[in-house]
Every structure is written in C-alpha cells, then in structure tokens.
Design a binder for this molecule. Structure first.
Ligand code: MN
Length: 373
C-alpha cells in the first residue's frame, strides 16, 4: 500500500458556541454546528476538512447531519484505499454516487488537499498554483437587529481598529422598515466605514427595483444577492440599472453558474466560497472564469471555524481575482478557537499561516469539549 493511501475516514460533529447570536433573515444561531472530516494515510499523515453551513439548511438544503450520513455511508467507501493525490478521479467517482451536496463534498475535498499537502511538506496554496497575496481584508457582518444595537457593535469594532467595512444582513423584516433601519445605520457610520448589505435572496424584482436605489443613494457600496438565486436575468437587470456594485452569492455555486453569470453580465462581483462550491478546485475554477470575465471576487464565509477559514484563506491567497477582500471572520464570532494556534487577525486583515497543509492544527481538547454527545 502506498504511503498516500487512505486507511481511515472519520467524522465528528461539533457545536461551537458563538460570542453572540448571529441573525440571518429567517434563521438565527448561538452555536455553529460543524462536521469535521479526518482522513489518515498509510504514511501516518492526517488531513482535516470542515463541513459547515450558515446556521442550518435554509441556505443550500444541507445540514451537518446530512453531510455526516452522506460522507460515512457513501463517500468513505470510495475514499478508502485511494491515494490522497488522486483528487480529480475521486471527485468524479463521488459524483457518480452523490449528486449535489456540495458542502459535504467540500469537507472531503479539503481534507484530501490537507493530507496531500502535508505528505509533500508544502502548504495547500502550493497545490493551487502559489500565492497572489499573503493576507486579505476582513469585513465584519452585523446581524438583523435594530439600528441602535448594530450601530453600537459597529462603533466598537471601528474603535478597536479590527474592521473598516461592515456587511449588514437584511431581509428579516418588511422591506420599507428594513431599508429605514439601514439608512439610519448608514447615516451614523458615513465616512467612518464602508457599508455593504446582504439581502440573502429575500426580495422579488419589484421590491429590489424600488428599494435598491434608496440604498445606493445612502452610499451603500455593495448589495449582495437581493433576489433569489435562480433569477439571474433579474440580477443582471439590477446590476445594469444600479450605480452600486451588485454581488452574486446564492446565484453562484458551480463553475457553470459562473459562466452563465459572466455571459449575462449578471453581477459586478462574485462571492467565492469553498463551502458552497464543492471545494478548493471548483472555487479556483470559478475564480479563473471571473478573471477571464474581468469580474472581481470576494472571499465569502459560511461561518467556518479556523479549519474551514484556513481553507478559504489558502484559496483566497492563491486566486488573483479575489480583489474585493473577504468576510472570513468565522473564528472571531466563536467563543473559543478549535485550533492550537488561532489564525492571526491584525490591522483589519487575516494573515496566511505558515506551515504545511492548511497551516493550522486542531486542538484535541477543544474538539472533545465541543463534540456533540
Ligand atoms: Mn451571502
């Protein structure tokens, strides 16, 4: 058996407590469920990947529980005995057995890269073609709470010098009241911070046509996914008509989606997420399509721990098109880190760790403490 052959596949479910509840349009969470996938090789190397969705199956239909079943029952038998550098062929074989479920596939695909890179003694970004940057700006996401609560949190972050831009979650209330709330926040933070909003696909075309110009007027620099994912023509119409940048998130999961968006001119910026796209290689392919279409990318998050964040960071640093910063703040939202050495945030940026694989190590005590019983 080759040193690279996988001899063990293990999954563990964690619930990692958050510092504060994180609210989306229709979901809220005070702990982030996480599925860790560990692959061991005959050569004694272990690779780790993380399966995670933002606060439950509302975003893409998957949950950590569905991922665990699919990986243990359907993907692990394909993985056992295969070499960790056989990633493309393993991906094809998994695709023959499991359709969709890109979050679950990401957990496995990232673990394969981590194990392969560690076996070679190189960082994951080497496997992706090397570095375009060594750090990336990090915007902070503010929840759907009332304006005074959000303003207080934003001012605290600005004072600490931790973040210079903020993303406001929208879509939890009536659009008129929601826009009023954002206008109040924008007025308070004008000149001090860049403001972006994420509607998480909650508005229909007419609501978006009515409300988005008000947000543009107030100086909102970026509007993320105002309309449902499949409505790419509407997204294109909004992108053409609005003087604020429009970012695609729910509309973009696969390289095929990226090509469709590029052909339609459907968005000014693409949100790149390793989690929603099936892993590092599909995300890299999306970034290449974006570069060819002259569309900048932003490194998005599904609220990953240090493991998933390190994977997204390796990708963001290896993809030249990621010029619109990131929202890779996941570990900062968690009450405790699950890494032995936390990722380094400084001066509003997240810095690439040194070291082989993902460049980070799991803290076994933290993993034990948060394991779901
Ligand atoms: Mn989003």
């Amino acid at each position: 058996m080759s040193d690279l052959a996988i001899d063990r596949v293990e999954t563990v479910l964690l619930d990692v407590p958050l510092r504060r509840a994180h609210r989306f349009a229709r979901a809220s969470m005070d702990a982030q469920p996480v599925l860790l996938v560990r692959l061991s090789t005959a050569g004694g190397v272990t690779g780790v990947g993380e399966g995670v969705v933002p606060g439950g199956p509302w975003w893409g239909g998957e949950s950590v529980e569905t991922m665990q079943v699919l990986i243990e029952r359907y993907m692990a038998p394909i993985l056992l005995g295969r070499a960790v550098d056989d990633i493309e062929a393993i991906g094809r074989d998994i695709q023959d057995v499991v359709a969709n479920n890109l979050y679950a596939k990401t957990a496995v695909e990232v673990a394969l890269h981590d194990a392969w890179a560690r076996s070679l003694g190189v960082p994951v970004h080497t496997l992706l073609g090397g570095l375009a940057r060594r750090s990336i700006p990090v915007t902070w996401a503010l929840g759907t709470e009332p304006a005074p609560v959000v303003i207080e949190e934003a001012l605290g972050k600005l004072e600490a010098g931790a973040h210079h831009t903020f993303k406001l979650k929208m879509g939890a209330q009536d659009p008129d009241a929601d826009v009023e709330r954002v206008l109040t926040i924008a007025e308070k933070l004008a000149g001090a911070a860049g403001l972006r909003v994420d509607v998480n696909a909650r508005w229909d075309r007419l609501t978006a046509l009515t409300q988005l110009p008000r947000l543009a007027e107030a100086g909102i620099e970026l509007v993320e996914q105002p309309v449902p994912g499949p409505e790419t023509e509407t997204l294109a119409e909004l992108t053409r008509g609005l003087r604020t940048a429009v970012m695609a998130d729910e509309s973009l999961r696969t390289p095929t989606d990226a090509l469709r968006l590029a052909k339609l001119g459907a968005a000014d910026i693409y949100s790149l997420k390793t989690t929603k796209s099936g892993g590092l290689r599909a995300s890299k392919a999306i970034a290449e399509i974006a570069a060819a279409a002259d569309v900048p990318c932003h490194a998005g998050t599904s609220i990953e721990t240090g493991i998933g964040t390190a994977a997204s960071l390796q990708l963001a640093c290896a993809a030249p098109a990621v010029t619109w910063g990131s929202e890779l703040f996941g570990p900062l939202l968690m009450r405790e880190d699950i890494l032995t050495t936390p990722l380094r945030y400084a001066n509003g940026e997240l810095h690439l760790p040194e070291g082989p694989g993902l460049g980070v190590e799991l803290d076994p005590a933290a993993v034990r403490a948060f394991t779901r019983s």
